[in-house]
Design a protein around this ligand. Sequence first.
Ligand code: NDP
Length: 474
Amino acid sequence: MIIRDKLYIDGQWIAAQGQETLPVVNPATEEVIATVPAGSEQDVADAVCAARAAFAGWAVTPVAKRAAWLKKLAEGLQARAEELAATITAELGMPLKFSQSIQTALPVANMEVYAGMTDCFQEERIGHSLVVREPVGVVACITPWNYPLLQIVLKVAPALLAGCTVVLKPSEVTPLDAFLLADVVAEAGLPAGVFNLVSGSGEEAGESLARHPEVDMVSFTGSTRAGRRVSELAAATVKRVALELGGKSAALVLDDADLAPAIRSTLNSCFINSGQTCDAMTRLLVPEALYEQAVALAVDGAATFTVGDPMGGEAKLGPLVSARQQQRVRDYIRKGIEEGAQLLCGGVGQPAGLKRGYYVQPTVFGRVTPEMTIAREEIFGPVLSILSYRDEDEAVRIANDTDYGLAAAVWSADEQRALTVARRLRAGQVEVNGGPNNLLAPFGGYKQSGNGREMGRYGLEEFLEVKAIQLPKE
Ligand code: NDP
């Protein structure tokens, strides 16, 4: 049992003001494995006060020095890579071998990207004006549980590089990796107040941050529901708010595409992390003429996504993060059946041989129509919906007929054709023929998937103000 009973505020581990604690549950064993403090409004106020006090000094620290601190943090995380991966597997349930790469190596790589990005602060002349970039101020980072350390690093690293100071509130469901990051910060000796950690609930710690007048910006990743609430609270003091929210992303397979890799890649995207991925391709759009072939490939492919104990063995999928998520996803599967979609594989039952743990079977629905709930709402579980279309225009219309706009994919034998379709899709990132993610390219959503951009230079710019200094005209 891990007991984390202190918060990291102003460069020190200090007892939380409130007495309440929050349990952390291992979703594979259903056992409580740790407790963390439930940070109160007063804890948030103390952390914000420390961040405010540290801001003046950190903002004028040369960029190269700030980048050197990030390098140290990257090294500190790397040194604890094994512990981080095991911790994230224990709190989230992703199989260990994937936690080692996706949940640990990837955040470290992103931290390194920012440690190397010192050339984004160049001043610009526009006529008689000098345009300079400055840090936005004190930033509240509110993060979710599905890629916990990655989501934290994608906020904290660019914010610190920009010269902002931060208060981090991680998800109460997976807070332990954030405590390890704070250990790394403490060991590195980052100046007091530059990075602060307050664990706690969204309702108390999260809302206190969104409301606090000394917070200049909230960088939020999570559900559209909570993002809306954060925006409302932040509006009272006109904070900058960057939102990274949910999705209902479509993979469009055009009629000339090679089906096998398209279906394989869509299943991977949809099922990885047991479907708890914001940019998962959860709608597979195929031409009617290829529908039966696509279904056969999808069903065969789904069978290879073995489900089991995330700590050992060869399982590709672990449990969902919580009993609540498991229930939610099962309710969506029931809804799909009730509304007349064809259950091709998977279903509501516990996967065979697993008595404990919040598991859900990888599930594929066929003959899904665009108005069905499972085609419209974010399920956040391993559930793929296959829809058929008559022509390219209809495919684009279905793909865009969603409140979300986070990601999409296009598959075609003709890359130019795929690119033309990609340009018609209202989403923040579109993969063409399986084009991989790029750590330097922007990531973010259109419509109700959010309004911010993370990663690379665009992710850094979120945390910068732009100032025009008007010089006398010659
Ligand atoms: P939530 O919105 O429930 O939680 C996200 C964070 O917000 C948590 O730290 C949570 O606190 C906090 N929070 C909850 N309510 C409030 C509130 N009223 N005020 C302030 N903060 C609050 O999302 P989940 O953690 O369930 O994450 C899943 C969602 O996140 C999915 O919809 C997914 O698509 C989206 N997501 C988007 C990504 C993107 O980049 N676009 C990436 C990853 C996820 P706590 O949980 O501690 O109570």
